[in-house]
Design a protein around this ligand. Sequence first.
Ligand code: CP
Ligand code: NVA
Length: 302
Amino acid sequence: MKHLLKMLDLSKDEIIDLLNLADQLKYEQKNGIEHKLLAGKTLGMIFQKASTRTRVSFETGMYQLGGYALFLSSNDLQIGRGEPVQDTARVLSRYLDGIMVRTFEQSEVESLAKYGDIPIINGLTDFSHPCQVLADLMTIREYKGKLEGLKMCYIGDGNNMANSLIVGGLKMGMKVSIACPEGYEPDDEVLSFAKEFDCFSLCQNPLDAAKNADVILTDVWASMGQEGEAQRRREAFEGTYQVNSAVMSVAKDDCMVLHCLPAHRGEEITAEVFENHASQIFDEAENRLHAQKAVMVALMKD
Ligand code: CP
Ligand code: NVA
């Protein structure tokens, strides 16, 4: 593994290795065992979109690993004034030991990897959010003790989260069912991967998708960069694509609920369901730290 660009690139064994390392690093951090595995290393963090969790967990994680993380807002970089990503990649490769990037186009992340010669970590694109899904899988495994055979249900927009959950869940042997409105389906590349699996289903009815689920996930109706479509999206999603008590009533009694956050209560999830599952959702947020430390160690350690 040279980069973390999207879940499609990872093998099942690579995912398991990352989750095991994340568990180990979490245990060590909780027990005051220092692990300065990246002493002297520098991570550049390029942000073209807002972030709370990704920025703070990468920066803190790098500090805990003995390294340094540099916040690079694209507004202040020449990339924001049109310097090609190919040149940015080759320049930053001369200074840094790794780059985490949050941007719009998946192709930009792929270009950084192609032209640079240091590890690139996708901190969210319109297509993929692999760091989040590693944390999600880690959290499910923590609560359920396994992933294989569990039913994952995702209700909402076929966005970066849906794309990454489908691939991550199926690779780990989970059953994956998705409910989204017509016209808001996951990416074609992801659907052609998923259709090889009998345990994948895509429908428009959340109650069908949630039946007997072990874990239900959702995400915002309009992602970053889609603010102009918010009204049209609201009309497509409102009244149906929400994790609420009716949805929970058809899932297993011990069904977990996860949300990558930020959440819009009253839209994709009710306040009641959110608060009933808040401990799971905030464990999930915490696990971003541990999962990303595992990714950085796997990619950047000498
Ligand atoms: N879930 C997530 O990536 O959060 P941020 O946008 O706050 O980084
Ligand atoms: N789908 C959301 C995820 C935020 C973490 C977005 O891209 O804005």
